[in-house]
Design a binder for this molecule. Structure first.
Ligand SMILES: *Cc1c(COP(=O)(O)O)cnc(C)c1O
Length: 400
């Protein structure tokens, strides 16, 4: 089945039976299931929460969530309550945790939908008010900041948060279902701060347990910690990147971790033409052909989520990888096929498939290559592929 666009209904203007043939992010749900099975095995006996925030890092939250649950994930994690509600609206009834709120967050809807709610402090009273409104205890995961400096109660205020939560729990207004924290440098296993965070987390757990908290799940690990630090697993690991088959470690590939990149971004060459030597290419004329040459036009640009700064990023066409030359524009970018390919009797490459990144088989380009070209990380490359690129799902059903 073809989903015209991730993240919502397709604008009518995109509705074309061939839209995903023209350009698409192809999502291999068998790769998702493979990665989840691998992470379940690595994490065992801890359970796996598949993190599907940000439309499953651009892969499509609902189909990825279903595939992850089918492959053994027992929990789903998102940042926003709205993301959790969208999963419920799609009929997904697995446990879901949402952890990033504002004073405008709809906690009433979250409690009504049975969403587990991360709580760093200020949210507690709003959550309790929602529980009163719904006449139903809220399920809360208390979050402690063990060093990341973002969300989470400070160590200094942890006692107070735990005490207040226990009181509300005794009144039947909430259940402290979990205690958690988030790691800052697990992708750099040689750094000492993960040990410090782990020690702080253990201390915070002891404080909570002394106060009478008896959480169902204690959780700390993200993908890099799930893969490299079994001592951080506790009862559950929250894994995002690994579900998508990407490596969080510099110098270790997906394949080396037993993971398969699930997203392939591809399109068709939109124009192929011979040009003279010194032909300028794209805005700013920052590239000129050396000799007479053949240019290929790739109809993807920064509106599709290709970073504008990523000149030099790889495009695989007919088994050869070419770097993008010149400035990446809103809708398009250019590759240089080299000396007079067409005039020399070569076939025009108009309509040839052009792959920006995918599984990386046979030396094909990867999201890591684009991350390097853009000076960013693979997380951002897949997540920023925009809704203008139709998502096409393959291997939707597990093969028996
Ligand atoms: C995004 C996120 C994760 C997942 O991190 P990965 O490195 O992609 O596995 C886990 N926990 C929290 C709190 C997050 O925000």
């Amino acid at each position: 089945m073809t989903y015209p666009a991730a993240g919502g209904p397709a604008p009518a203007s995109y509705a074309s039976p061939n839209a995903s043939d023209e350009r698409s992010a192809v999502i291999d749900l068998e790769a998702i299931r493979h990665n989840v099975r691998r992470l379940v095995a690595v994490a065992s006996p801890a359970r796996v929460m598949a993190v599907v925030k940000a439309d499953a890092y651009g892969h499509g939250a609902v189909p990825v969530a279903r595939a992850a649950l089918a492959a053994g994930a027992q929990w789903l994690g998102v940042a926003h309550v709205t993301e959790a509600l969208a999963l419920r609206a799609a009929g997904i009834d697995a446990p879901i945790l949402a952890w990033l709120h504002t004073p405008e967050t709809n906690f009433v809807a979250a409690v009504a939908a049975g969403i587990d709610i991360g709580c760093s402090g200020w949210e507690l009273d709003s959550i309790v008010a929602a529980a009163r409104d719904q006449e139903r205890p809220a399920r809360v995961h208390l979050k402690v900041d063990t060093g990341l400096g973002r969300n989470g109660a400070t160590i200094e205020s942890w006692d107070k948060l735990v005490g207040a939560a226990v009181e509300y729990q005794e009144e039947g207004l909430l259940r402290v279902a979990g205690v958690f924290s988030h790691l800052a440098v697990a992708d750099e296993p040689e750094r000492p701060e993960t040990d410090e965070q782990l020690a702080a987390f253990r201390d915070a757990l002891a404080v909570a347990e002394d106060a009478g908290v008896d959480p169902e799940i204690r959780h700390l690990a993200n993908t890099p910690a799930a893969l490299s630090r079994p001592d951080t697993h506790f009862d559950l690991v929250r894994v995002g990147l690994g579900v998508y088959g990407l490596s969080p470690f510099r110098g270790q590939t997906s394949a080396e971790l037993g993971l398969r990149p699930a997203m392939t971004v591809r399109t068709l060459v939109a124009h192929c033409k011979d040009v003279p030597a010194h032909q300028g290419v794209s805005y700013g004329l920052r590239y000129r052909t050396e000799d007479a040459s053949t240019l290929g036009l790739i109809p993807l640009g920064y509106a599709d989520g290709v970073p504008r700064v990523a000149t030099g990023g790889p495009v695989r066409i007919d088994g050869v990888t070419y770097p993008v030359v010149g400035t990446i524009a809103m809708d398009q970018m250019v590759v240089d096929f080299g000396p007079l390919h067409v005039a020399a009797g070569g076939d025009s490459r108009l309509g040839s498939e052009a792959v920006l990144f995918g599984e990386g088989n046979d030396g094909g380009p990867t999201a890591d290559d684009w991350a390097r070209a853009a000076g960013t990380i693979n997380y951002e490359i897949v997540t920023r592929i925009s809704p203008r690129v139709p998502r096409r799902y393959i291997n939707e059903e597990p093969t028996p």
